[in-house]
Design a protein around this ligand. Structure first.
Ligand code: ADP
Ligand code: TYD
Length: 208
């Protein structure tokens, strides 16, 4: 895939402040004259947003672990084809609220160890990693209470509770070591301005 743009993902546990930081970064980039788009997963294209409703709403046992993995991957494939790839080819900065690292953690860890399947499917169907991944790291108790304070119907994974969030946090920190070339770990337990300052410091040297 040709990519003259820059592909940036935000990752972290629920409530860590990813969406807030992704939005702020997009605003700052646009204000400073960069061509940037803000997108999210699951979702980010019309078809993938339809799949988002299927995977985040309704009975938590609606899908088997394997079906769920296929649905998240199908959503990502559509998002990549319709939104991410065209924007990168046009030289834009793509800011994505979650990407494949979330699947490595959530589908890879939450219902048994499915990491090998997640990786195989990723290689077969997606094959793309962000240029930079900003991991907004924070204590799961704080993240969960922030996430719970929001009013939303999309609470499937938040409902797994703090035990899973603890494993997710450790898992994300493990990914930051595994993919040290693209990950930046940022302490999310500070006020949003300071977090945003670190986000800017991490990406500004990489802008197209
Ligand atoms: P995520 O996308 O990681 O789930 P959000 O950006 O939606 O997180 O933030 C979760 C909640 O915490 C929101 O209500 C948001 O306004 C609030 N929040 C975000 N960043 C901070 C921060 N640095 N300090 C305090 N509250 C924050
Ligand atoms: P998101 O809207 O980012 O939730 P939050 O703002 O609470 O962090 O993501 C929705 C949920 O989808 C979140 O609990 C994580 C889950 N998810 C997966 O399980 N697998 C994936 O591949 C992605 C992208 C998200």
């Amino acid at each position: 895939m040709s990519r003259s743009g820059l592909f940036v993902s935000f990752e972290g546990i629920d409530g860590s402040g990813k969406s807030t930081q992704a939005r702020r970064l997009a605003t700052r980039l646009c204000e400073s004259g960069h061509d940037a788009i803000l997108t999210r997963e699951p979702g980010g294209s019309p078809g993938a947003e339809e799949i988002r409703a299927l995977v985040l709403q309704g009975d938590p046992d609606r899908w088997s672990a394997d079906t769920e993995l296929l649905l998240f991957t199908a959503a990502r494939r559509d998002h990549l084809e319709r939104t991410i790839q065209p924007a990168l080819e046009a030289g834009k900065v793509v800011i994505c609220d979650r990407f494949a690292d979330s699947t490595r953690m959530y589908q890879g860890l939450s219902r048994g160890n499915l990491r090998a399947k997640v990786d195989a499917l990723h290689e077969l169907m997606i094959g793309v990693e962000p240029d930079l991944t900003l991991l907004i790291d924070m204590d799961p108790a704080t993240g969960l209470s922030r996430a719970k304070a929001r009013q939303t119907k999309e609470e499937r994974f938040e409902d797994f509770g703090q035990g899973l969030q603890d494993r997710m946090r450790a898992g994300f920190l493990g990914l930051a070591k595994e993919f040290a070339n693209r990950f930046h770990v940022i302490d999310g337990a500070r006020d949003a301005d300071r977090v945003a300052g670190d986000v800017w410091a991490a990406i500004s040297g990489h802008l197209p």
